[in-house]
Design a protein around this ligand. Sequence first.
Ligand code: MN
Length: 413
Amino acid sequence: MSADRLIIFDTTLRDGEQAPGFSMRVDEKLRMARQLAALGVDLIEAGFPIASEADAQSVRTIATHVHGPVIAALARCNRADIERAAWALEPAERRRIHVFIATSDLHLERKLRMSRAHCLKIAMEAVRFARTFTDDVQFSAEDATRSDPDFLWHVVEAVIQSGAKTINLPDTVGYSTPDEIQSFFSNLIRRVPSSDQVVWSAHCHDDLGLAVANTLAALTGGARQVECTVNGIGERAGNASLEEVVMATRIRHDRLPFTSGINTSEIFAASQLLTTLTGEAVQANKAIVGRNAFAHEAGIHQDGMLKDRRTYEIMRPEDVGVTRTTLVLGKHSGRHAVQKRCEELGIALERHELDGVYRAVIALADREKVVSDDDLIKIAAAARTAPEAPASVFPPVTDFAVTPAEKGYGHGV
Ligand code: MN
């Protein structure tokens, strides 16, 4: 695998599914897992088998029926968790056991009530035990970014010696900043003697809205596996969004020279399937997959889009599986967009008719926010039967003459 190849570890069905409102039944998780395989993720973390019977069954069902990605399951550092994960993963063509334990003093002292020495010991034992079921074992140091780097260094080297192939360093509570996590990864990778024997992985949360920025910074620091979720779902404010990380590395390859195996044209379908299965909508302005991600309402933007899409779009919507850009007819729209939509609907308008239709669209949009195609058809029909308005009553209307602030200047850049 080349040095710039990004490994996409999707945890939509584990961390994502753990979030309130996002739980899925076994059949729903299987449907989502099939879409993740079509999307081309490298790994699917299918669940946490010891957590519930349904979780164990979900992992086993996905391991049986989903081909392509490696199937992973989560386990704490104890025999029962690891045995349950191994059982659930048993039918998979390729399987990964993902063991974790917290390494920060806060978690060790307050949550686990465990000494550092004991933590180190059971981390090593867990990795060795997991290796008896599969060669592909991942170790995660929960709350890594708030752990003492000296202790973390020892734990990481010890679990590599015990057989871990992937080292994941989660920013469990979304506390890090991009520059901090970049040096965190680069320093640790430099310090750990066996660092070149493993893949380093980032798992960032969005509590400060920095999950994607931190993930990209971790890549610059030396990480090559990214843990992420469709639509950025996950505990609390969520995980790093798969679609944002993937498209950032694709669109800004000049700054982020990493290549994933993701089939980006399946991104929108994956996003839509997840909202359908969970009943939780994506926010309208969500990057890449939100309803407004490729929508243009402001007059200047619509005019620019109709002349050359590159004026206001840095990526083509079809590249992420969105069928077309939406020029929304609203109160900020210009005559060019109104005319274009009419043409798309097969309505040919004389110039004087367009003036009347345009004014009616703006008037309706002031009351209704957006003007639907049905509304437009009715407006156009009325305009075509109305007598031509005397020029002295309605002065000529241009895109920017009526209310300049609403025609794009107030909405630019
Ligand atoms: Mn997490």
